[in-house]
Design a protein around this ligand. Structure first.
Ligand code: SF4
Ligand code: FES
Length: 257
């Protein structure tokens, strides 16, 4: 395949970026999208040019590092597929492909296609954890959990923290990500002690990090490579309402209530 790439190049967060056009010739349809970028970068490096910076780690669709906008779509044209799991056979010979970083003020560009997703880490640090001791695996299996709760928690735990939901949302909202984390932990007995503190603190942190509000566009769910459902946002809103309309007595947190 011979392709034309139009790639966002930006030296660092302080500099202005621009689109640069590259020819990507003799690309195998069996390559992944990231392998195609590897080939382009090897050729750029051989010519003494700066390779295109992009984030990646597992290349198996599980770490959430590889997000980028491909022809204006988060993670590219295949539904429920991360950029690292996207193959070049999803494109046609002669195609022009535009590649950009996530566009959201809470995710500043570090270089080229790499954005700083520290804001997600800050939201997790605010409440995305449990404090009870869960013991070893046999101890965990000894805790009876209704099947529907276990399945709900597993579905929510599929979130890989890639940020595509934010990039796809017209408001750059992080509600799908936060709702997945809140629902994952809030569906399990181990997550109950901090359940209402968690939702209040994670939503407050989300707002403080500069993410927008959710206005139910649903673009987040459409872009999510793990098909996280916006039903989880409704679950988050139910817990947030309970925590804010019926707060614990003054001087006590939900945790101790
Ligand atoms: S909800 Fe989906 S799109 Fe958003 S961070 Fe999680 S896996 Fe990525
Ligand atoms: S590199 Fe890990 S999900 Fe793509």
């Amino acid at each position: 395949m011979n392709l034309t790439l139009i790639v966002w190049r930006q030296r660092n967060s302080a500099s202005a970026g621009e689109f640069v056009t590259y020819d990507a010739r003799d690309i195998s349809p069996d390559m992944s999208f990231l392998e195609m970028l590897d080939v382009v970068n090897e050729r750029l490096t051989a010519k003494g040019e700066d390779p295109i910076a992009f984030d990646h780690d597992c290349r198996e669709g599980i770490c959430g590092m590889c997000g980028m906008m491909i022809n204006g779509v988060a993670h590219g044209p295949r539904k429920a597929t991360t950029a690292c799991q996207l193959h070049m056979r999803s494109f046609k010979d002669g195609d022009q492909i535009t590649i950009e970083p996530w566009r959201a003020s809470a995710f500043p560009v570090i270089k080229d296609l790499i954005v700083d997703r520290d804001a997600f880490d800050q939201i997790i640090a605010a409440g995305g954890f449990i404090s009870v001791s869960t013991g070893s695996a046999p101890d965990g299996n000894a805790v009876p959990i209704p099947k529907e709760n276990a399945e709900l928690a597993m579905d929510a735990a599929a979130c890989i923290g890639c940020g595509a939901c934010v990039a796809a949302c017209p408001n750059a909202s992080a509600m799908l990500f936060v709702s997945a984390k809140v629902t994952h932990l809030g569906s399990l007995p181990q997550g109950q002690p901090e359940r209402y503190d968690r939702v209040v603190k994670m939503v407050a942190r989300m707002d403080a990090e500069g993410f927008g509000a959710c206005t139910n566009h649903g673009e987040c769910m459409a872009a999510c490579p793990k098909e996280i459902s916006i039903d989880f946002i409704a679950q988050l809103n139910r817990d947030l309402l309970k925590a804010t309309l019926a707060p614990p007595p003054e001087g006590r947190s939900w945790r101790g209530a």
